[in-house]
Design a binder for this molecule. Structure first.
Ligand code: ZN
Ligand code: ZN
Ligand code: FE
Length: 764
């Protein structure tokens, strides 16, 4: 009997894939997948991603479509996939088409990523042709964002354009089955970038192996400027106390913690505790600096992170890092190569000019960095990863917005500046630009804006900046000739930044707690509760203001803040108090501050919660001066005992808005300090009081407004006790609580909020 065979049906389909699918090994992956299912057709890069035409049996195409999503390469991110039926074209094989140069480009560019496991294996394999080659990379790893000058992401548009591939590299690049197929930075020792060692005078050091030589110099206690992925680091042996001390002196960086780099987790475990989640962060392809609890004792220099419970550590992310570390270090200090407060140096001449006073030697290379990018910093708080700085490894991955917005350029705040560009439903935050307080930083800010507009192909119609009249970013916006301009209040931007990354529309109760932000009344805000949404806000509560004596100098010298709070609470009776502050600061200086306050000389009002932390830290005896912003507040947090005991009385007054009275808090802290209560307990009580106070106050605001969603934003929420404690207290009261996960709670997240507000107000 003849069996009638059922011929499987042959069909054709077109897939359009958008997202991060260029420069991340997506096309070779598709090529391999198509071959596995015996599909014919072609794949091409398009302006918005890739487009592929496949022909084969229906079942195979279905499996192919499923695998496309489920097993896509580690760096690829599909945001959008459309499949449509097509007529059969009878392709004979599967091919990869050449890149076209489209007019409008909206594909996503990959961030820079750490060396992958395959490349790392080759790096230390004596039989591999790239054995110990410091620029080894493939489609799954290596530089991206920092070497791109133009789009599309093709070699002539990167800083690899000046290196012509040798025959071996070229054949890998052309082979669709190879891991280096269309790997734009592909190179080897015969054809690619090289490292060179120089002394501080710029004279080349004659050595057969610059990397080993450099490592030996670090071992011997020298400070080396090392050119990395997003800029120069200054490297020192973290176990060498003399070297680390010298680094601090030369960088004029007194106490701010220095970042560490170790070869692997077991080395980090020698000096810090690592839990499973922190391990995932450390080993992720983004390789951020992770804040980890210190082990005590540990073999590292005390000067790495003095008076701090944490170390900031990362694993190597470039082949060059691995090669240096393989010479035997528990950890290297790897701090950004800049003079304090200036942007990190990226090109060789700039490094010699600016770092000659800091570094003894320079290990540089000839692959240019087009856009500098500092290391990112994260910390686990309350079971969630929080950004302190979102930069290398994460930029330019967008934050996806709930709805489409017109193209906006948001210029951020002054501290920890980032800018943000929007396109469709995507918000692209820049890398960390830094504090916009000097000309090099301002130049970097302008360069970043131009660069991002070019590589993201965004032409903003709306420009937005802070309300502060004197910020450089404000001046930049007001000087532009084209575009609609808008100024947004700082704390409004904080709250909406938190809303935007959590996909919230409408209005929320927004707690914006930070150090400084220009208020609509011209005073300095920072302990604000707003009812806010993208289209506007109103202030419903605030700390009772006190004078900020001697203006910004009170930020560096928190004892001045302490005097201001004490004078506010006790008047002239403050002289009768027995506090550590009076032993450290001369009575004449204190009297001068009181005079400034009472005569209202250079003493603007501030309602900042950050300043309250500073003031309380000084009153409790922690310190009278700080070396970096927030240091006193941070040390107050770290001083807190594990258990939260009793809390202080608190009150607020119901005036036009709720006024949270700081006097009862100050009086209670003073009473405890004078009674000899332990610092751990005072700090814990202070934190617990704030938690209860603000949870209660949110209850009152809910009763007035009917709003049940609370957004927490501002730099003060880097305080883990406050963030976790208040989050918990609010949840217990039935609130829906939102905090930052994708962008920093500090001013690094401001540009996102500005962009969304501008889109809502100016975009209609
Ligand atoms: Zn690789
Ligand atoms: Zn080569
Ligand atoms: Fe702020």
């Amino acid at each position: 009997m003849a069996v009638k065979s059922i011929e499987p049906e042959c069909i054709a389909k077109k897939f359009r894939v958008n997202g991060i699918v260029q420069g991340v090994g997506f096309r070779p992956f598709v090529y391999g997948l198509a071959n596995r299912y015996r599909l014919k057709g072609k794949i091409a890069n398009t302006s918005s991603g890739v487009s592929l035409h496949v022909e084969g049996f229906r079942e195979d195409i279905e499996s192919f479509g499923r695998d496309l999503i489920q097993s896509c390469p580690p760096l690829a991110r599909i945001t959008d996939l459309v499949a449509i039926d097509e007529p059969l074209k009878n392709f004979r094989n599967f091919t990869i088409a050449r890149s076209k140069h489209p007019k409008t480009v909206s594909t996503l560019i990959s961030p820079d990523v750490s060396i992958c496991a395959d490349c790392l294996k080759e790096l230390f394999d004596p039989t591999d042709r790239r054995y110990r080659y410091p620029f080894i990379n493939c489609t799954n790893c290596g530089p991206r964002y920092t070497i791109i000058d133009h789009i599309p992401y093709d070699r002539p548009n990167t800083s690899m354009r000046k290196f012509k591939m040798c025959r071996s590299c070229q054949s890998e690049y052309d082979d669709p089955g190879n891991r280096r197929f269309h790997a734009q930075p592909n190179a080897c020792a015969a054809c690619g970038p090289r490292v060179t060692l120089y002394d501080r005078a710029g004279k080349k050091v004659d050595t057969p192996n610059p990397v080993k030589h450099a490592a030996a110099l670090i071992k011997a206690g020298y400070l080396l400027a090392v050119k990395g992925l997003g800029g120069f680091h200054i490297a020192a042996d973290a176990e060498n106390n003399e070297a680390v001390t010298r680094l601090r002196q030369r960088k004029l960086r007194e106490e701010k913690p220095l970042a560490l780099m170790s070869t692997d987790l077991s080395d980090i475990a020698v000096y810090a505790y690592i839990d499973a989640e922190e391990e995932n962060l450390l080993t992720s392809p983004q390789r951020p600096i992770v804040l980890l609890r210190k082990r005590i004792p540990n073999p590292l220099s005390q000067e790495v992170s003095p008076r701090n419970k944490y170390f900031g550590a990362m694993l190597p992310y470039t082949p060059l890092h691995y090669l240096i570390l393989s010479c035997g270090f528990t950890a290297l200090v790897m701090t950004s190569g800049n003079r304090s407060e200036e942007p990190i140096a990226i090109d060789n001449d700039d490094a010699f000019a600016r770092l000659a006073d800091i570094a003894d030697y320079f290990l540089t290379h000839d692959r240019e960095i087009y856009l500098r990018s500092d290391d990112s910093i994260v910390k686990r708080t309350g079971g969630v990863t929080r950004f302190i700085r979102r930069s290398r490894g994460f930029v330019p991955v967008p934050v996806f917005l709930k709805s489409r917005v017109p193209p906006v350029l948001a210029c951020g705040a002054e501290q920890k500046n980032t800018v943000c560009l929007t396109k469709g439903n995507q918000a692209f935050l820049s890398q960390h630009i830094g504090d916009l307080e000097n000309l090099p930083a301002y130049d970097f800010f302008k360069l970043t804006i131009a660069h991002m507009q070019r590589i993201l192909d965004i032409h903003p119609q709306i420009l937005v900046c802070d309300l502060h009249p004197d910020y450089l970013s404000t001046r930049y916006v007001l000087e532009q000739e084209k575009g609609q301009k808008l100024q947004v209040q700082h704390h409004h931007a904080h709250v909406v930044s938190c809303m935007a990354e959590n996909g919230l529309a409408g209005e929320v109760i927004g707690l914006a707690f930070d150090g400084t932000g220009y208020g609509t009344d011209g005073s300095i805000w920072g302990g604000e509760i707003l009812i806010a949404g993208p289209a506007g806000f109103r202030r419903v509560a605030s700390l009772s203001p006190v004078p900020l004596p001697a203006g910004a100098s009170a930020i560096k010298e928190p004892w001045k803040m302490a005097v201001s709070y004490l004078y506010d609470s006790f008047g002239d009776a403050l002289w009768d108090l027995d506090l550590p502050l009076f032993k450290e600061i001369d009575a004449k200086r204190i009297a001068r501050i009181i005079e400034m306050i009472s005569k209202k000389i250079n003493s603007p009002a501030t309602s900042s919660l950050g300043r309250l932390f500073d003031g309380v830290a000084t009153i409790a005896g922690i310190r009278t001066h700080v070396f970096f912003e927030g240091q006193a507040a941070m040390e107050l947090e770290m001083a807190a005992g594990e258990t939260l005991p009793a809390f202080y009385d608190y009150e607020w007054k119901s005036e036009e808005i709720y006024k949270v009275m700081v006097q009862p808090l100050i009086r209670a802290v003073v009473r405890d300090v004078q009674a000899g209560v332990a610092l751990a307990e005072i700090s814990a009580r202070f934190h617990l009081t704030l938690i209860r106070l603000f949870a209660d106050l949110c209850g009152a605001i809910r009763a007035d407004s009917g709003l049940n969603r609370v957004a927490l934003s501002g730099g003060v929420f880097q305080n883990a006790i406050l963030l976790s404690g208040l989050g918990q207290a609010l949840s217990n009261k039935g609130f829906d609580v939102y905090s930052h996960r994708q962008v920093p709670a500090n001013d690094g997240g401001i540009s996102l909020g500005q962009a969304v507000i501008a889109a809502a107000i100016a975009g209609g």
